[in-house]
Design a protein around this ligand. Structure first.
Ligand code: DLZ
Length: 197
């Protein structure tokens, strides 16, 4: 079945000069892993260097806004710091932080050009879903507007597991992996934000 819904024709952008973070929740890991892989795939396809992609996890989606805010602040501090070798983990002072990629590298790094926040909320029997979805949506928008860094909204708010699997490209309907769109959006916004500075 054809549909008019979607991000439109793919655009080509050169992401080779960009530094991007992916922050993802660990709830609903099967779906999350696929979304993260899709985002990373399109970042790499646009030329973003593997070493310039940082992946960090948080327990659940509710933790995403703070993690995005602190990660971006840490990357700014890191860029401004004359003390080379200060790690993002040190700056975040987070006992549970798990940083992969080059956020720990001793070489100076520029602040992130975009951050992709990925979570999967699946509606349950209580009001948890509504409260978390609302708080995270507003929180991520607030971080984006307060900081000026593009925060890509990779929060799936689905009613069933099947809906989540479909949107990660794991269903039977042929729906594509939405994580890929988020990777592309991060590159486009990371570049356009420079033009809009
Ligand atoms: C508690 C909770 C529930 C019920 N469902 C989800 C979910 O579907 N997706 C998700 O990312 N996180 C969920 N969480 C965990 C919260 O986001 C959060 O991690 C905890 O409430 C601790 O703050």
């Amino acid at each position: 079945m054809t549909t008019i819904k979607g991000p439109g024709a793919a655009q080509t952008h050169d992401g080779s000069g960009l530094r991007v973070a992916i922050v993802h929740a660990r709830w609903n890991t099967v779906i999350i892993d696929q979304l993260v892989a899709g985002a990373k795939k399109n970042l790499l396809a646009a030329g973003v260097l593997e070493e310039n992609i940082t992946v960090q996890t948080v327990p659940g989606s509710y933790e995403l806004p703070l993690a995005v805010q602190r990660l971006y602040a840490a990357s700014q501090l890191q860029a401004n710091s004359s003390a080379q070798g200060i790690s993002a983990t040190d700056l975040l002072s987070s006992p549970t932080a798990e940083v992969t990629g080059s956020a720990n590298a001793a070489s100076p790094k520029k602040p992130f050009d975009a951050i992709i926040a990925i979570g999967v909320l699946i509606k349950g029997a209580t009001m948890h879903f509504e409260y978390i979805a609302d708080a995270v949506s507003h929180g991520l928008m607030r971080v984006q507007l307060d900081s000026g860094v593009p925060v890509i909204f990779g929060l799936l708010t689905v009613l069933t597991e099947e809906q989540g699997l479909e949107r990660a490209g794991l269903g039977n309907s042929g729906m594509h992996n939405h994580g890929e769109d988020w990777g592309s959006a991060a590159v486009e916004l990371g570049l356009k934000r420079r033009d809009w500075a």
